[in-house]
Structure formats: structure tokens, C-alpha cells
Design a protein around this ligand. Structure first.
Ligand code: FUB
Length: 305
């Protein structure tokens, strides 16, 4: 009989904002870390963690791979990251709160997927507003790298080949926040797009999975998605992927690994859990033949592969 994992994946600390990456034969899962003790009764997050697996059941804990202590210009909010590899270097894109105010996107660079990541020394994206959070990175077949991010607006930059700077002439591009692209919802743009974008391409179709807010009174986040035939849109709303749960936030990380498709997400289901004490989970799913995704339930775990 096949072994099965049990959710949440990490049971000894609170983790959130899952960001899976496959490097070689291994799946690396980068997460944020909700501290047990809260400051000002708000998200209290100082470092980024990494875990890895080769079979979806046995996980290795690589500990802290990057932290606010490594970023001189940041003081709080080690929020949702994503990692990517290019030319043998590993890049971890991370939203942080700047000492002089506002959120910005930092990037750490390492020679190994498990760090240690070294900060660039300055923000990569810093528009001077609060929208610069939740980066998601993808390198297209033609070599162009895209960094999408944002709450409440979805924006992107074209990363240069060095992955630590972007095309300043193109600058920060704003995606039109329309109901056609992101569905009708209750977030500030009038669409359901909230935050936590997750950008990838599969069978020639581009996907933007995100945490969203349904119409009506403010509710907990669900996960939804849009698709496009090009990397910069126009995006077409696809529907809900995972209904809202008991936790205020949720956050998608979607990946194909060894012939299986997985959605990583977070809940508050570990003992002592709360909106500020979250835990990363995973479920397996199948795409429909046309590339669409049917809403999937919260899961107990996945089978060994
Ligand atoms: O974990 C801190 C923030 O909450 C993330 O950046 C958002 O995506 C939401 O999960």
C-alpha cells in the first residue's frame, strides 16, 4: 500500500505562503514563518524557511534560508516569497517592510537552493506604495523573465537576464483590473483579485492563480485563477480553484512534479492556529482536458510518489 502524507506538512512551527520549486529531481518548498508570539496583534514574520522532498511524504527541514537580519534596509514583514534558478544561481524574491516605510520586494541570491541567500543591498521593486508584495517569478521559453506581484493591483516588471534588475524603460506595468480578467469580487478594484499571484505556463497556456475575495461582504480568501495566451495578458477569469476556508488568508503555490499536479495552500488547522498562525498544506489535482481547473476540496494529504 502507498504511504500518504498528512496535512499540514510542517507540524513543529507555523508556516504560510507556500512556494514550491523543482530543482533537479527534488521539490523545494519555500515558506514564510508565523512566529508564536505576536507583535501588535498582527502578522509577525522574520524569516523564510525551506523544506524539500523527493516523494511528497518524507520532508527534509533546511531551516532558515533567508531572514530580515540579512536585509539591512528592512525591519518587518518577511512575507510571501518565490524562488527560481538561472545559470546555476538561485534567486529568492521576498516582500518586506522598509525601515523608512512601505513595502518593497527584496531579492536574495545563493549558490544552492537551500541558501544561504544574500541580499542585493537594496530593493528590486520599490514604488513607494504598499502594493509591492507577493512576487511570483517565471522564465518563459524565449528567456524573458517576468516578476508579477501586488495587492490590490496586479503588476509586473520584465526582469533582466541577471534576475536582480529589471527593464527600467518598460518600468512597472499595471495589468488592467477588470471583471473579465479576475471575476467580480469585493476587493478594492471591484474584482476578486486580492493578492498572492502565482504565475506559470502549462501546455502553452499562461496561468495566474491568486488569493481572491468573493462578492458581497468581506469574507475569507478563496483561491481562483485566470489564463492568458500571452505572458502579459489579456487575462481571462477561469473561476474558483479552492473555496474559502476558516483562515482569513490563503495563498497558492502550483506545480507539476514527477507527472503529478499539486496545489500548495495554507490553513489555520495546526493546534493553536489562527489568522496569524497558519500552516502549509498540499493537495493533488488534475487539470481538465482544456486546461481548466475544477474547484478542489481541502485535503488530508497526498500519496507517496
Ligand atoms: O503572509 C503574509 C501575507 O498574508 C502574504 O504576503 C499574503 O499573501 C497573505 O498570505
Amino acid at each position: 500500500m502507498k504511504r500518504k502524507s498528512s496535512n499540514p506538512i510542517v507540524k513543529n512551527i507555523y508556516t504560510a505562503d507556500p512556494a514550491p520549486s523543482v530543482f533537479g529531481d527534488t521539490l523545494y518548498l519555500y515558506t514564510t514563518h508565523d512566529e508564536d508570539e505576536l507583535e501588535n496583534d498582527f502578522y509577525t514574520m522574520y524569516d523564510w524557511r525551506c523544506f524539500s522532498t523527493e516523494n511528497m511524504v518524507d520532508w527534509t527541514d533546511h531551516g532558515v534560508v533567508f531572514s530580515l537580519n540579512d536585509i539591512e534596509w528592512a525591519d518587518r514583514r518577511a512575507w510571501a516569497p518565490q524562488a527560481i534558478e538561472r545559470n546555476g544561481k538561485y534567486y529568492l524574491y521576498c516582500p518586506v517592510h522598509k525601515i523608512d516605510g512601505g513595502m518593497a520586494i527584496a531579492v536574495g541570491v545563493a549558490d544552492s537552493p537551500v541558501g544561504p541567500f544574500k541580499d542585493l543591498g537594496h530593493p528590486l521593486v520599490d514604488e513607494g506604495d504598499w502594493n509591492d508584495i507577493d512576487p511570483t517569478v517565471f522564465i518563459d521559453d524565449d528567456g524573458q523573465a517576468y516578476l508579477y506581484f501586488g495587492n490590490p493591483e496586479l503588476r509586473y516588471v520584465l526582469l533582466n537576464e541577471d534576475m536582480v534588475s529589471y527593464d527600467e524603460k518598460v518600468g512597472v506595468q499595471k495589468i488592467p483590473m477588470t471583471v473579465e480578467s479576475f471575476g467580480k469580487g469585493s476587493h478594492d478594484t471591484g474584482t476578486s483579485y486580492g493578492e498572492g499571484p502565482w504565475f506559470y505556463k502549462r501546455n502553452g497556456l499562461y496561468y495566474m492563480v491568486f488569493a481572491g475575495f468573493a462578492e458581497g461582504e468581506r469574507r475569507n480568501e478563496h483561491l481562483a485563477y485566470a489564463t492568458s495566451e500571452g505572458p502579459t495578458g489579456p487575462w481571462v477569469y477561469g473561476g474558483v480553484m479552492m473555496e474559502e476556508g476558516k483562515c482569513f488568508t490563503n495563498h497558492p503555490g502550483v506545480i507539476d512534479y514527477k507527472g503529478h499536479s499539486y496545489l500548495f495552500y495554507h490553513t489555520d488547522e495546526l493546534p493553536g492556529g489562527s489568522l496569524f498562525h497558519r500552516s502549509v498544506c498540499v493537495t493533488e489535482f488534475k487539470y481538465n482536458e482544456d486546461g481548466s481547473v475544477t474547484p478542489m476540496p481541502y485535503s488530508d494529504g497526498v500519496e507517496e510518489i
